[in-house]
Design a protein around this ligand. Structure first.
Ligand code: T6T
Length: 325
């Protein structure tokens, strides 16, 4: 009898030891919804997210729209919510238009973390406003990025002359903040520079190229352009080349697709500001996992930049930040 009781007690102890481990073995599914699927920035973010998912034994679902547009992103979000993932990481394509669609996820009990872009003011978990429900915002400091771009362009043009910002469309948190930082820095510290009206290209590089040529036609004394994201910058650079102004109209590019290497080496682009999208994806998954397993997480995580130019682009410690295709 004693032996049977001892064995039963042992079995209970063993069960107690095993149960928490089983709980930890739950396989979580985390969805990552990019701004658009065909963009080296988000492709690189996905790689970082997958690396974290592999390390943590999480299933990562990557689902997005082919263009950067709330009209196409919201149906993708609805479809993801219907599949009830354990958490959603999303780059909302509009500060305002994604608030209500994302609230549906929140109301369904799915934790939301925004990556790259934000909704509302981007300051979450304050108990104030309609858009503070996401748990965390993981991204570059985009105002700072705009300031860096302004300083680089100012240096390239000898601190004087006419420039403009090639941008996507108003309402996107990242590119709005880059323009804000750019203009703030020019206004504060570069009185010799005139910033012409911003040209919005709808994330279409061809449109950005035509706009460059139109602005140059109206302002033959144009000396520089800041391309505020990958497609704006590539398009503006192509426009400069097509106008035969390589080296005369200076280009500072946000983002770092592989093609930027050639553009830097030929002198078409002076400086590229690479974000660290893999870092954003990695910490997105880690943060979601931490929350799901009962840890508290930071309400904001800032990731870095790597500034690329002719002098450093061949250095593998720099070129490793070029985006994947
Ligand atoms: O610049 C990135 C991203 O940070 C931005 O929100 C949208 O455009 C990119 O994806 C580049 O195309």
């Amino acid at each position: 009898k004693k032996i049977v009781a001892a064995l039963a007690a042992l079995a209970l102890c063993a069960a107690a030891l095993v149960t928490p481990a089983l709980a930890q073995d739950k396989k979580y599914t985390i969805a990552l919804i990019p701004g658009l699927t065909t963009d080296g920035f988000y492709i690189t973010m996905r790689k970082g997210a997958q690396a974290a998912a592999d390390a943590l034994g999480v299933t990562l679902v990557f689902q997005g729209a082919p263009d950067f547009n709330p009209v196409t992103q919201v149906p993708v979000l609805d479809a993801v919510i219907a599949k009830k993932p354990d958490a959603i990481l999303i780059a909302p394509t509009d500060k305002v238009q994604l608030v209500e669609p994302l609230r549906k996820a929140h109301d369904a009990g799915i934790p939301v973390i925004t990556v790259d872009t934000f909704i509302g003011s981007g300051v979450y978990q304050t108990g104030a406003g309609e858009a503070d429900f996401p748990l965390s915002y993981i991204a570059s400091d985009n105002v700072l990025g705009g300031e860096i771009a302004a300083r680089a362009l100012a240096k390239a043009i000898g601190d004087k002359g006419k420039v403009y910002v090639s941008n996507v469309k108003p309402g996107i948190s990242t590119t709005d903040q880059r323009e804000e930082g750019f203009k703030k820095e020019i206004a504060a510290n570069h009185p010799g520079i005139t910033v012409l009206e911003t040209q919005f290209n709808d994330n279409d590089a061809n449109k950005a190229a035509s706009q460059l040529q139109a602005v140059f036609a109206r302002n033959p004394d144009l000396v520089g352009v800041f391309g505020a994201n990958l497609f704006s910058a590539l398009g503006a650079a192509n426009g400069v080349q097509q106008a035969g102004q390589t080296g005369t109209v200076k280009v500072v590019a946000f983002d770092a697709p592989t093609s930027i290497v050639d553009n830097i080496n030929t002198g078409l682009v002076d400086v590229a500001i690479a974000q660290h999208p893999a870092e954003i994806g990695y910490f997105g998954v880690v943060s979601a996992y931490a929350h799901l397993t009962g840890q508290s997480i930071p309400v904001a995580i800032g990731t870095g930049f790597t500034i690329m130019d002719k002098a450093n682009i061949a250095d593998p410690n720099i070129s490793k930040y070029l985006y994947s295709e």
